[in-house]
Write a protein of this length. Sequence first.
Length: 124
Amino acid sequence: MIDFENASFIKLTQSDPNAAWDALQGLLIPGEEILMAFKGVRDSVTFTNKRIVVLNAQGITGKKKDYTSLPYNRIQAFSVETSGTFDSDTELQLWFSSLGLVRFEFGRGTDIRSVNYLIANHVL
């Protein structure tokens, strides 16, 4: 499992859900749909209708991959931070029972309100 204390999922940008589908093929359960997908340099974060799947490419070649599932029903609290005048990045913080804080930073142009809506719709 990803060590979220030391992991850095920053500057995620919105990506094509079809690319996320290709990366997660065989991992999604029947009826699970991809709602939003974001990509970093080598890693990705995909929001489905059931969970958040974090893909961490490891090693020099990135062929070794770690897939961590974060179910919505384990989220105890969440926070979004919008961009400001001099700071164009946005942030999502999720507090999970038995796991703690998971933080994602999104690059310029991410509609963090739609991410907030997605989380709120599954948690509240």
